[in-house]
Design a protein around this ligand. Structure first.
Ligand code: PRT
Ligand code: ZN
Length: 284
């Protein structure tokens, strides 16, 4: 029994998807241009597909699980479970108009032509906002549509915004925030559901580790209490005596998010020799 996972064959999702599996201890030898590959050390088979096809394959149980952008998952609207957000390939689907045009809120789109590769998501968004507009579905290079007179506005994926900028467009309203997600067939049979549970457990350990750092520092004993209060730790920090009298070594785990603030406070409270090291896996 193998868990079949669908992964983008090539493109923006491919490398990070493979890296995530690798960090989960699942190693895949993909012969060049193969459509299928097997994992060495986990009962898993990998199918390499176009991202647009992945939701359908998962719905049909050709693949048990898959990794796609939320944008594709919502646009395809297949019956699949969203199992886990994966934190990479972040972008947003946004509305944009020519730079020189005024934007007076959503009303500005009334009866306008909007070019997009995401007609379903856009139509739902317009319905929710009670705006009637004409949707032009085009499959690529959406950003050139206003310039060639094909549309008044576009609804497209944005990450840095430089594509919009270089096409004389400005982003005016977000429609959907997106990142890579793990999707699964709705009714996985038991042995596969158990393999999926193991995979999710590993993914969580890898993602938590990425968001945390292990920190070691030296502190004079009279400052220990203040320093321990600054450090959150998983339970409480580890405190070990140093060879030098009156000093201790303190070890703890801090999140990436409030990392710099914590370092500042530690320094202000007399911490010295602060070392910060990445964590490979984190299981709590
Ligand atoms: O061949 P296949 O169908 O598998 O791939 P694809 O060409 O359809 O998709 P691909 O590889 O381009 O993108 C896969 C997924 O990556 C998308 O579905 C999104 O979930 C995610 N993603 C993240 C992005 C971007 N960021 C992104 N910036 N997908 C596309 N873009 C494009 C966008 O369409 C625009 O043309 O990049 C341009 C904008 O980028 P900025 O940085 O200039 O704003
Ligand atoms: Zn695609």
């Amino acid at each position: 029994m193998k868990l079949k996972i669908a992964i983008q064959k090539s493109g923006r999702l491919h490398d990070d998807s493979m890296k995530l599996l690798h960090e989960c201890g699942i190693h895949i030898h993909n012969g060049m241009n193969r459509l299928k590959a097997e994992a060495e050390d986990f009962p898993m088979e990998v199918l390499f597909l176009r991202d647009d096809d992945i939701p359908q394959y998962v719905e049909d149980a050709v693949a048990d699980i898959g990794i796609v952008g939320e944008n594709v998952m919502h646009e395809k609207a297949k019956s699949v479970d969203l199992v886990e957000k994966l934190g990479f390939s972040k972008c947003r689907l946004s509305l944009a108009i020519p730079r020189e045009q005024d934007w007076n809120g959503m009303q500005s789109l009334r009866d306008k032509r909007i070019a997009t590769s995401y007609p379903r998501i856009l139509q739902n968004f317009l319905n929710k906002n009670k705006i009637r507009a004409e949707i032009h579905e085009i499959s690529g290079s959406v950003e050139i549509a206003p310039g060639i007179g094909l549309a008044d506005a576009i609804c497209d994926l944005v990450s840095s915004g430089s594509t919009l900028l270089s096409n004389g467009l400005k982003e005016v309203h977000p429609v959907l925030q997106s990142e890579a997600v793990l999707i699964a067939h709705e009714a996985l049979e038991l042995p596969k559901a158990e393999l999926l549970r193991q995979l999710i457990f590993r993914i969580n350990a890898v993602r938590k580790a990425r968001n945390n750092k292990y920190i070691l520092l030296n502190a004079p004993n009279e400052k220990l209490e203040a320093i321990i209060n600054i450090l959150p730790g998983m339970k409480s920090p580890t405190v070990l005596p140093l060879a030098e009298k009156g000093w201790s070594s303190v070890h703890s785990v801090v999140t990436e998010h409030d990392f710099w603030q914590i370092i500042e406070k530690l320094k202000a409270n007399g911490a010295q020799g602060i070392l910060v090291v990445p964590i490979e896996k984190m299981i709590i």
